[in-house]
Design a protein around this ligand. Structure first.
Ligand code: FES
Ligand code: FE
Length: 435
């Protein structure tokens, strides 16, 4: 896309402005920025597609998207995972119109070409009569999307030259394990995802879930006041913020002094975590109340305790969410509940209830957040707002902790802008790469 000189200058200036604690409002709702990030960010990064447990059996598939590319993610008869553009090679019809299901083959509804779930073209109507058997079916399979996995997460990239997923995550795996290795069997989705459209720029969500503990006592104050949330405004800033410099990934680890280790998990799950996690991870995660982290560009996780009844001890729930961009200032929100595969059924149910109450589509926390995020987006699109910057000055110049048990740049306390400066510097680097 062509970019006007003013947007080009704004993006280039971010290399100096963001480390100095300033981010332009305009990036949060702008047509040019949106069109450029579809190419420069979503065309280059590793983007989340699906959790392996969503396609557990041979033939299971889901359809997902990276930017404007709809993709079939399927498990073949041998257990292998494949991702292909959901487009028939003949005249481009959408192959699979359902969001999830089980099929060994996909048959196009236009002229009837048939593909295996592993992508090979195997059926062509009138192959002998009309094509005189000359069509090379090997050449016309579905368009393959490069994938890789970590801890049950399936990522895809549209960039054939992208670094490996392991390098892309760059040590953030240490922190992802709190969500993905909650016990010996890892984690699985509990039910299908919710998804809905919101008039919100996807980046606001990525930032918030990179560790915006600052908003919680205000935006979600009902939780503190009514006793749903075992924390208090007085101690809420305590904990750690960690990011992987240059990668854009960040996590906030909220800590409540005096809270028992692994509060809100059943005992036998804690015993499993003592085996599935390293001593360094255990040291940190045992002290963590809330873990809220984002993988650049648009995948996030949250673990926190929530009481199903006000004043009762909380249960830990885990949500995974994806912010799928569908237009300037517009996104599709995807929200999953993750549970430990080997946890007792009662715990899974309780965690799912807590997730639904807080972060399902009608969840109380979800409603609180989008009320603010839609308004941020609307304001960022206004003509005067386009001239202003926001202060990202919190924690500027603070030294990283020298003895932190995990990788990356870690600071204390949890409430800080450190992770966000890294996020916007990384984003701006993607947006100006190759110019
Ligand atoms: Fe699919 Fe023609 S578009 S068979
Ligand atoms: Fe929130």
């Amino acid at each position: 896309p062509t970019v006007s000189p003013s947007v080009r200058a704004m993006l280039e200036e971010m290399a100096d402005r963001v480390p100095a604690g300033r981010v332009p409002a305009r990036i949060f709702n702008d047509r040019e920025v949106y069109e450029l990030e579809i190419e420069k960010v979503f065309g280059k990064a590793w983007c989340f597609l699906a959790h392996e447990s969503e396609i557990a059996r041979p033939g299971d598939y889901v359809t997902r998207s990276i930017a404007n590319n709809n993709i079939i993610v399927a498990r073949d008869e041998q257990g292998g995972i494949h991702a292909h553009l959901n487009m028939c090679r003949h005249r481009g019809n959408m192959m699979c119109k359902s969001e999830m299901g089980n099929a060994s083959h996909f048959r196009c509804s236009y002229h009837g070409w048939i593909y295996r779930n592993s992508g090979e073209l195997i059926g062509v109507p009138y192959f002998s009569e009309a094509y005189e058997a000359k069509l090379d079916r090997k050449e016309w399979g579905l368009v393959k999307i490069r994938i890789d996995t970590y801890g049950g997460l399936i990522f895809g990239t549209l960039d054939p030259d992208a670094e490996s997923l392991a390098d892309y995550l760059g040590g953030f795996q240490f922190y992802l394990d709190i969500y993905l290795k909650q016990g010996l069997g890892g984690s699985e989705v509990h039910g299908p995802p919710d998804h809905w459209v919101a008039e919100t720029d996807w980046k606001i969500c990525t930032e918030n879930f990179s560790g915006d503990g600052y908003h919680t006592p205000v935006t979600h104050q009902f939780g503190f006041h009514l006793g749903y949330f075992p924390s208090s405004g007085a101690t809420h800033s305590k904990g750690w913020a960690v990011h992987i410099p240059g990668k854009g990934h960040g996590i906030g680890l909220g800590h409540t002094p005096g809270m028992p280790p692994f509060f809100g998990y059943p005992d036998d799950l804690v015993a499993q975590m003592r085996q599935s996690l390293s001593p360094e991870q255990l040291e940190l995660f045992s002290k963590t109340r809330t873990a809220v982290g984002s993988v650049f560009p648009n995948l996030s996780f949250l673990i926190q305790p929530l009481s199903l009844e006000p004043g009762e001890p909380g249960v830990r729930f885990c949500t995974m969410r994806l912010y799928h961009p569908i237009g300037p200032g517009r996104m599709e929100m995807w929200s999953w509940c993750l549970v430990p595969t080997e946890a007792p059924a009662e715990y899974k149910e309780a965690a799912y209830q807590a997730y639904t109450l807080a972060f399902g589509q009608a969840g109380t926390f979800e409603q609180d957040d989008f009320e603010n995020w839609t308004k941020v987006t609307r304001m960022a699109g206004s003509t005067v707002a386009r001239q202003v910057e926001f202060p990202y000055l919190m924690g500027l110049g603070r030294e990283p902790l020298a003895d932190f048990p995990g990788p990356g740049h870690a600071v204390e306390p949890y409430v800080t802008d450190d992770n966000f400066r890294n996020l916007w510097s990384t984003w701006a680097r993607y947006m100006t790469a190759g110019e």
